[in-house]
Design a protein around this ligand. Structure first.
Ligand SMILES: Nc1ncnc2c1ncn2[C@@H]1O[C@H](COP(=O)(O)OP(=O)(O)OP(=O)(O)O)[C@@H](O)[C@H]1O
Length: 219
């Protein structure tokens, strides 16, 4: 079976300034890989490229055997909807929808409404009683957990998470790592986790470092 994600020779620059180059990365099914690196080395940019939300200047990306560059925008959107769970650094929750409606969105887009699954995800992130609230009535850490519940609700094959424990206290950070690992182990998903937390990285199957030379094992 092909790896869930294979990226080869990725490079990205903004104008004259290179963000990263020579990035080779493979994620197998059932593994959680941490990606560390100093601020500004391009971790978020790399996640956006892997999700087909940004285009690398060079290199190829295959997700579940499908080459992203061979898809048009609609095809990439469909692949994202079906296979990808993305936890954005800035949450990207929709302000006019309730917490439960935000979490339900990926299932609605797949025409698979499942209120019981939505409630189970809210319970799993400790927001079981807050489904009717609007996002502006939540704290930053609670919003982060909404974003995680939404990213996992449709059991995606590939999870790309940008500092998902960044706003959380130690207990909630541990619970989010438990959830990500459960999804990876139980569903054979693959997860790339951008983090500055060495505790989170220590729970990953592998940890990688991104710098101007490319990507290599951490430590
Ligand atoms: N749209 C853009 N135009 C120009 N430069 C950009 C743009 N987006 C990001 N950059 C630059 O690219 C570099 C990489 O940014 P990115 O957000 O990917 O870093 P990061 O490793 O995720 O950082 P952090 O750990 O602080 O979140 C930074 O120097 C940033 O200023």
């Amino acid at each position: 079976m092909s790896p869930l994600l294979r990226a080869q020779g990725l490079a990205k620059a903004y104008g004259d300034s290179a963000v990263f180059r020579a990035v080779d990365l493979t994620l197998e099914r059932g593994e959680l890989v941490a990606l560390l690196g100093e601020s500004g080395t391009g971790k978020s940019t790399l996640l956006n490229c892997l999700a087909g939300l940004d285009e690398p200047d060079a290199g190829t990306i295959d997700i579940d055997g499908q080459c992203l560059a061979e898809l048009d925008e609609a095809g990439r959107a469909e692949l994202r909807r079906a296979k990808l769970g993305f936890v954005f650094q800035a949450f990207h929750v929709l302000p006019h929808l309730s917490v439960a409606q935000n979490v339900a969105l990926p299932l609605l887009l797949l025409h698979r409404p499942d209120p019981a699954r939505v409630q189970a995800m809210l319970d799993a992130v400790g927001l079981g009683s807050l489904g009717a609230r609007l996002p502006r009535q939540l704290s930053g850490g609670q919003l982060q957990r909404v974003a995680i519940a939404r990213a996992l609700v449709h059991q995606p094959a590939l999870i790309l998470a940008d500092e998902p424990t960044g706003n959380l206290d130690a207990r909630h950070a541990r619970e989010v790592m438990d959830l990500l690992l459960a999804q990876v182990r139980a569903e054979g998903a693959a997860c790339l986790l951008v983090t500055h937390s060495e505790q989170a990285a220590a729970r990953a199957d592998r940890a990688l470092r991104l710098d101007e030379q490319g990507i290599r094992p951490w430590a």
